[in-house]
Each structure stands twice: as structure tokens, then as C-alpha cells.
Ligand binder design. Structure first.
Ligand code: ZN
Length: 260
């Protein structure tokens, strides 16, 4: 976007709240059960969810475009994310899916830590999102996105960390979680594996703060391609998003407990 209005005061104060030290603890989780049961298999577990971007990132380009260190290189604080041709923003998709996933996981007894409070703010930056989940000592975490790929391209891809100083202890577990997620996402949602990103749905990436800086097992999923009309018919469906959340919750439960 070329035109960049100054954000109104309300957004600035929200931004300040998001980057203040108190916010680094993340969104307070609901009280969690401590002991796993058949009904609450994730009791005592912590799950991190990072819904990519934020709904007002477009309003503060100087903040969103400033550079942060991602462990290997400088990267912009965040981006606006992509959108469908009809204007459904990726940030909103990510937020809606994350909310449903939080509900599903909480029902299973997990404590859920989100990296942002709503979809009407700016940021936080990608390095801060990693810090929020690291400091919560999440047992596993997922970054939720949708892609802006070529119009002919279809499907979902799972982006994986590449071993570096900070993430090296969680590479193997991240791959195990990725395989669980790939299997459940394909089976439950009907979204095919990407025909343009990665190999068999998996794509290691060394250029993303969310994966470079993680100290907990984590993957980033591109749930589909917002530039492809067939994928868009799924991504814009509320019932499909519920299936996608269920697939993620099942993969998380399988990863953490060995059972769905
Ligand atoms: Zn994204």
C-alpha cells in the first residue's frame, strides 16, 4: 500500500500496550487443569498459537517495516499479510482460525497462549511473538498463516525450523509435530498438500524469526493459497475453518499424548 495514513491515537496506544514489557508475557490463559484425564487429555500442557500479522498492520508502516534480528539476519517487524481477491484479509483468517483452535484446545484442558489479543491492532513484531511463546514454556506451538502464492498454486504447506543456535534442541520434535499436522490436516480438511511450496508439504525455512528464535517445538502452517479460487472457497468458509482448527487440535493432541 502506497498511501500510509498516520494511525489514530487508539491504535497507537494499543501498539504501545502490545510492545510494553508486561505484554511479553502474552495473553493471560484461562485457569488450566493440572492432571490429564480422558476428557481433558491436555491438562497441564501449554500450547502456543501465533495468528500471523494483525488487522491494522497497514496503518503503521514505519513500525511494521522496521528491522528486527531474527537470529540469522534482519527481517521486517511484520507485514500486512496477503488477502483474497475479494478482500478477505489473511490477518482476519489467521485470527478466526486461532480463536477456534484456542476453544478446541481449552476444551481438552490445555492452557493456550496467544501472541496477540485481537485483530484490530498493530504487531507485535515477529521476534516478540517468538519470545511470548518461549517465555510461556509452551510444550508445542503453531504459527497460523495463509499464503499469497501463484494463482494456479493449490494447497497447504508446513514451514519448519532449520537448526541454529537458539532452536537446535527442538528441530526433531518440530519435524515430528509437522508430520502429525500434515496427516491430520490433509485427512480432516480436504485441503491438498501444496503443489508449489515445499516437498510433500514440508518446507524448511531459515529466514523467519518465528522458526529461528523458537525454543519450543514449533511449525508455521500456510493453510492454503489466498490467490487460488478453489483454495479460497475453503479458506473463506466458516465450517471449513472449524475443520481446520479440529485438524490442528488433533495433531497437537497426538503430538503431546500419542493419541487423538
Ligand atoms: Zn502470513
Amino acid at each position: 500500500m502506497l498511501f500510509a495514513p498516520t494511525p489514530p491515537p487508539a491504535f497507537r496506544s494499543e501498539l504501545a500496550a502490545q510492545i510494553s514489557p508486561a505484554r511479553v508475557q502474552g495473553v493471560p490463559a484461562r485457569a488450566a487443569r493440572a492432571v490429564p484425564t480422558r476428557a481433558h487429555p491436555l491438562a497441564g500442557r501449554v500450547v502456543g498459537i501465533d495468528p500471523g500479522h494483525n488487522g491494522r498492520n497497514w496503518s503503521d508502516p514505519s513500525f511494521i517495516n522496521h528491522l528486527v534480528w531474527n537470529g540469522r539476519q534482519w527481517e521486517t517487524c511484520d507485514t500486512t499479510g496477503t488477502a483474497t481477491d475479494s478482500g478477505y484479509p489473511e490477518a482476519q483468517f489467521n485470527w478466526q482460525l486461532a480463536g477456534r483452535l484456542r476453544r478446541d484446545l481449552t476444551r481438552e484442558g490445555a492452557r493456550v497462549v496467544l501472541t496477540r489479543r485481537n485483530n484490530v491492532g498493530v504487531g507485535p513484531c515477529v521476534n516478540t511473538r517468538s519470545q511470548i511463546i518461549n517465555r510461556a514454556h509452551a510444550n508445542v506451538a503453531i504459527d497460523i498463516h495463509a499464503d499469497g502464492g501463484p494463482a494456479w498454486g493449490r494447497g497447504f504447506a508446513i514451514l519448519l525450523p532449520v537448526a541454529d543456535r537458539q532452536n537446535r534442541r527442538v528441530i526433531r520434535r518440530s519435524y515430528r509435530f509437522a508430520r502429525d499436522l500434515r496427516g491430520r490436516f490433509r485427512a480432516v480438511t480436504g485441503m491438498p498438500i501444496s503443489n508449489y511450496d515445499g516437498s510433500d508439504g514440508l518446507q524448511p525455512r531459515s529466514d523467519l524469526a518465528g522458526l529461528n528464535l523458537t525454543t519450543v517445538p514449533k511449525v508455521l502452517i500456510e493453510c492454503g493459497n489466498m490467490r487460488n479460487t478453489t483454495d479460497v472457497s475453503l479458506l473463506t468458509s466458516r465450517s471449513w475453518r472449524h475443520r481446520a482448527a479440529r485438524a490442528m487440535a488433533q495433531a497437537i493432541t497426538k503430538y503431546l499424548t500419542g493419541r487423538i
